[in-house]
Design a protein around this ligand. Structure first.
Ligand SMILES: O=C(O)[C@H](O)[C@@H](O)[C@H](O)[C@H](O)COP(=O)(O)O
Length: 232
């Protein structure tokens, strides 16, 4: 599907515009279906966007928030995406949203992924909004180059769900939604910032294997149009 590239003068301007866009999409989902869902990425990029979105007035109690991916760490870890979302998005107006974590204190990450798949299956598909980030290696979600289950994660016929991923660049074992669970979000956004990420994006948009730069799967095969939000 096509991509649109939305460039902003600053991260603050991007955060405001993306928060408006996402809040409108959530209101539309609530109006159409009585509920809405939002899957967000972790990392450092989304903090200003989270803060901007948290202040928007809408029926947050009808919104389910979850994560695109998570590190296999408890929510009190400073590596936790759950903690990042709790501290930056689930505040102010958005504090009323229902949050579904991916991490579970299971004895191993495989059991945690199975539990996350069961729990997130209750979220109506497709997501109303999915916000993807991108690493300098071209990963998105936890689709890392060299990832232990990368081909499975990216395959269009892999069922929607949460699977594990380990990779050299990932740090802890990861829990990640599959490509099939993310690529048909009604609003599919890739949020990246900085000149370096813009260069990585250009490389991803060139020829090459998806497994070398997994963001290529999204750019090339997503069912939904990809809205790219970028600021210097
Ligand atoms: O758990 C994670 O790390 C994220 O979900 C990951 O996919 C992130 O979006 C990219 O790594 C970009 O991270 P930055 O925003 O920190 O560059």
């Amino acid at each position: 599907m096509p991509t649109t590239f939305n460039a902003f003068a600053s991260g603050a301007e991007l955060a405001g515009a993306l928060a408006e866009r996402v809040a409108a999409a959530l209101r539309d989902g609530i109006a159409a279906r009585g509920a809405a869902s939002l899957a967000v990425s972790g990392g450092s990029t989304p903090k200003a966007f989270f803060a901007a979105l948290s202040g928007h007035a809408l029926d947050w109690q009808k919104v389910t928030v979850t994560l695109v991916d998570e590190r296999f760490v408890p929510p009190d870890s400073d590596r936790s995406n759950h903690r990042l979302v709790a501290e930056n998005l689930l505040q102010s107006e958005a504090a009323r949203a229902h949050f579904v974590p991916l991490y579970h204190p299971a004895e191993n990450v495989e059991i945690a992924a199975a539990e996350a798949s069961i729990e997130t299956a209750a979220i109506a598909a497709p997501f109303d909004v999915a916000i993807l980030g991108m690493g300098g290696d071209g990963h998105t979600a936890s689709f890392f180059p060299g990832g232990s289950r990368l081909s499975e994660a990216l395959a269009a016929d892999t069922p929607r769900g949460v699977i594990t991923m380990t990779a050299e660049g990932a740090g802890e074992p990861r829990l990640t939604f599959t490509f099939s669970a993310l690529n048909d979000a009604r609003l599919l956004v890739l949020h990246i910032e900085g000149e370096a990420k813009k260069t990585v994006l250009a490389a991803a948009q060139a020829e090459g294997e998806e497994t070398e730069m997994p963001i290529r799967a999204v750019l090339r095969r997503a069912i939904s149009p990809v809205e790219i939000y970028w600021a210097p």
